[in-house]
Design a protein around this ligand. Structure first.
Ligand SMILES: [Zn+2]
Length: 158
């Protein structure tokens, strides 16, 4: 086996999903779940790499939750396929006062934001959405840090 193939296997072996936020990590729970951060706010994203986009912006200091996708009835992706039950469990058991929904600005991302808002609002938790200014149809991970920062600062209540 080549050295490259060996090192790729090694990476695969030690990278897994955090059992709390479902981001990619080597240690479970991940450092974002265990280090000192604002425990009252949780940012919901579609994919693990979206956390990197948020972190690059330095505008968000809370915790994260990765859904691993977005609702897409046409493609057969329903709430049960996403980490939504796990999110609701986290909201029940903690001091979270705000959920910032940072799903992509696509039809699926918007549908997911709407669905989550309906679920979370009755819990008397503030639900906010990244401000527009992020181009419609775009994935968070490809947005530059300054734009993400403006979108976090200008977030609005749903
Ligand atoms: Zn985590």
């Amino acid at each position: 086996m080549t050295a490259l193939a060996e090192s790729l296997l090694e990476v695969k072996a030690c990278v897994r999903f955090c059992s709390v936020c479902f981001g990619i990590t080597e240690d479970d729970p991940c450092h974002l779940c265990t280090t000192e951060r604002d425990g009252t706010t949780i940012c919901v994203v579609e994919e693990p790499q979206d956390i990197l986009a948020m972190e690059r912006s330095h505008a968000f200091k809370g915790r994260y939750h990765v859904l691993h996708g977005a609702l897409s009835p046409l493609n057969g992706i329903t709430p049960g396929d996403l980490k939504i039950a796990e999110l609701m469990q986290r909201l029940e058991n903690s001091a979270i006062r705000e959920v910032l929904i940072a799903t992509n600005f696509t039809v699926e991302g918007e549908a997911t934001a709407l669905y989550l808002t309906r679920l979370i609002k009755p819990l008397s938790i503030r639900v906010t959405r990244l401000a527009h200014g992020i181009p419609l149809g775009s994935d968070l991970e490809f947005i530059d840090a300054a734009t993400v920062q403006r979108a976090v600062e200008g977030r609005s209540e749903l």
